[in-house]
Design a protein around this ligand. Sequence first.
Ligand SMILES: [Zn+2]
Length: 87
Amino acid sequence: MNLPIQATTPPVRFSRCARCKNFAVWVDGELVAPAVLTAPPPHQDLADPALASYTEGRGVFNASPRAAAALLRLCLQQLVGMLGAKP
Ligand SMILES: [Zn+2]
């Protein structure tokens, strides 16, 4: 089923990064993809599964700081376990 595009649909635009050649999606003048990452990248020594939790938390930080905090708490819990500490 094809729905007609409504006049109220925000304008969607695409751009291509001159440096990495990846595409970006803009809706109504706001960058929606790729996500803008403002949290620092993980330390080079951080390993999975803590790395995966940190990376996921970093990715959702701007959309949901509370979700990012929960993921960072999980990352810390995993890191403590990886370092051999007893819970
Ligand atoms: Zn780029």
